[in-house]
Ligand binder design. Structure first.
Ligand code: UTP
Length: 279
């Protein structure tokens, strides 16, 4: 059973400057909830109760968010404002939170490796909180992926079809279809130019990784931009036939940039806030 979920949250969030100068990108609110809270809720809904967060300098607000504020609790006790804290209280009572710091921002692969002492030798999920994923029709995206992991027992990565002109923003896969929306990955390219992309199936910020990934990351040389990419380590797993890509059911908003963030805000306002499901 997968219990652990790692949130790499040490990045600088440069696409959202100046908002992210002194505030973690993961704390940007989508309507009334910070991005990371949506991610932790999705993890808990998938049965992942051990939350590990890789933070960095200037990210202390993340730890404060997943803690009790006694003054605030005392202030609103017995008033109708208590409803605003129901969601976060559920997370605090049902999940454990642990943190480690990435001291040099050497890429997503490096951030995941930094989380190794919190994860140990077991399969785990990874959520990039700036990819907000929702599915109004049924299971959340991580729940869908955990079910697949339980069936296939190998690394599962979430993919979506993107505009072929935008492949240079993503890791892109090639592989053979093995079922509905499922591919066995054979090749992967990090941020290919459209003419070099093997497909338009792009990796998004949800993964279930088997723990051999840590040693593979260790052996990975820095790639594009001097960063240690997770794609390079996944590629080695894929060569052994151990990576399945899954075209998930639901929607994903890239909240690391203004356009996706505004779309997510409008979506959550209509579907959660106005309908009273936002707390
Ligand atoms: P991004 O590519 O979105 O990087 O990282 P970023 O630095 O946060 O944002 P921009 O591009 O500068 O605007 C994907 C995820 O990996 C984490 C980020 O926090 C984000 O959740 N990350 C990235 C780390 O934790 N450490 C790193 O060294 C790099």
């Amino acid at each position: 059973m997968i219990k652990k979920c790692l949130f790499p949250a040490a990045g600088y969030g440069t696409r959202f400057l100046p908002a992210t100068k002194a505030m973690p990108k993961e704390m940007l609110p989508v309507v009334n909830k910070p991005l990371i809270q949506y991610g932790v809720e999705e993890a808990l809904d998938a049965g992942l109760t051990e939350i590990s967060i890789v933070t960095g300098r200037g990210k202390r607000a993340l730890e404060d968010h997943f803690d009790i504020s006694y003054e605030l609790e005392n202030q609103i006790k017995g008033t109708d404002k208590e409803k605003y804290l129901v969601g976060i209280r559920r997370l605090l009572s049902e999940c454990s939170f642990s943190y480690t710091r990435q001291t040099e921002m050497k890429g997503l692969g490096h951030a995941i490796l930094t989380g190794r002492p919190l994860i140990g030798d077991e399969p785990f999920a990874v959520v990039l909180a700036d990819d907000l994923c929702v599915n109004l029709e049924g299971d959340g995206v991580l729940t869908q992926m955990v079910k697949l992991y339980n069936q296939y027992r190998c690394t599962i990565i979430a993919i979506q079809e993107v505009d072929p002109a935008e492949t240079n923003k993503y890791g892109v896969i090639a592989g053979e279809m093995i079922g509905d929306d499922l591919y066995r990955v054979r090749n992967m390219v990090e941020k290919p130019a459209p003419e070099d992309a093997p497909s338009n199936l792009a990796i998004i910020g949800r993964y279930i990784l088997t723990p051999d990934i840590f040693d593979l990351i260790k052996q990975t040389e820095p790639g594009k931009g001097g960063e240690i990419q997770i794609t390079d380590a996944l590629m080695k797993q894929a060569q052994n036939g151990c990576v399945i890509a899954y075209k998930f059911k639901g929607q994903r908003f890239d909240c690391g940039g203004a356009e996706g963030y505004i779309e997510a805000t409008n979506f959550c306002f209509e579907n959660f806030y106005k309908t009273g499901k936002a707390y």
